[in-house]
Design a protein. Sequence first.
Length: 388
Amino acid sequence: MNLDEYRRAARAWLQDNVPSDDYPEADPVSRAKSFMAGLYDAGYSGITWPRQWGGQGLTQAEERAFADEARHYTLPTYLFSIGLGMTGPTIVDRGTDAQRERFVRPLLRGEEIWCQLFSEPGAGSDVAATQTRAVRDGDHWIVNGQKVWTSVAHHADWGLLLARTDVEVPKHKGLTMFVVDMHHPGVTVRPLKDMSGRANFNEVFFDDVTIPDEHRVGDVDDGWSVAVTTLLHERLSISAGVGMGGQKDDPASLEALRTMVDTGDPYVRDQLVELHIRTRALALFNQRLAQETRAGVFPGARGSAAKLLLAELTLFRADLATQLVGPEAVVGGHPLAGVIASAPGLALGGGTNEIMRNIVGDRVLGLPPEPRMDKNVPFKDLKVGTQA
Ligand SMILES: Cc1cc2nc3c(=O)[nH]c(=O)nc-3n(C[C@H](O)[C@H](O)[C@H](O)COP(=O)(O)OP(=O)(O)OC[C@H]3O[C@@H](n4cnc5c(N)ncnc54)[C@H](O)[C@@H]3O)c2cc1C
């Protein structure tokens, strides 16, 4: 099938299969899962992922053609965004063949939902300060501790968990990555509401949770390098909107704002042009990073620049919408209220804007790195919480 045929087939499939807006909301998880299963069976999930592990093994040209067509719809794929953008690519890059065989296909088909268990109350930006402990017990590990801000954990079947396995070494050197069964006894998930009123993230507690060693990702005490793999994928996938589907109904899009405001005012026109330019520039930058990735050149820290640009663009759009529409934009019930309330979250989730700037300064621009006082200090001697 040539690219035009592929695009036509994708268009026809989307037309026939994206649930309409009035689809019953009674069970959004089942709805999302059945949509993902259809998407996978039609060949549109994991378009560029390795065929061996359940992907389609196609090129970025097909992926882009599908994304272009999907832009006209709002796809119910949010629940799978962590799996598709972060944990799945980590398993493909760093997992064992048995893990790839077990986890990748069900993830791509939406049969299993994933979450990312990195942040803790004392370890957000400084995620290497993780205190959740995993202690070896024969061919198993016993996990105790707490994570926080875990998106979609309340629906998740599996989580990618960063845990401390050695307190005698500096903090980056005593971490190990695991896949944890979120239905295991001892895993407690408590929802947290953000200021938009939604509860998309959670606190997660681990009390003597057992993980088989075969669910360890990477070597013992090499979890930091696995975490870096996940974080690089995370920043690229957030900026590219992986798993977010098209945003047809985005109430803060240029098109939507143009219908809401008087575009004859020169200030308004100027701001809308600015929004258009920034949106377009970021789309082209993301396209370039994606092309490089497919060509085997991993963009590395430049993914942090893309994530920073998206966070700033999102805040700019929210601020602009509030200025143009007026105070009623933030009142519950207005189509813009949710967008405006959730915009600041993007400047935090996936790494804060300050951290992104540090990474870009240090690793892209070659500026002097931040001083690291804790570099050679054993974790147990650092003043991070109680070091349980
Ligand atoms: C919507 C959303 C979804 C999220 N989903 C997940 C998830 O699924 N899984 C997960 O593990 N986590 C998730 N997080 C957590 C997110 O990764 C953390 O909030 C983030 O890393 C910041 O950590 P923190 O909140 O502890 O802030 P802190 O690290 O305490 O930072 C507080 C402030 O200090 C600044 N700061 C800290 N260190 C430095 C420094 N070295 N230089 C300059 N400034 C600094 C920060 O920029 C920030 O402004 C999510 C967060 C949000 C908002």
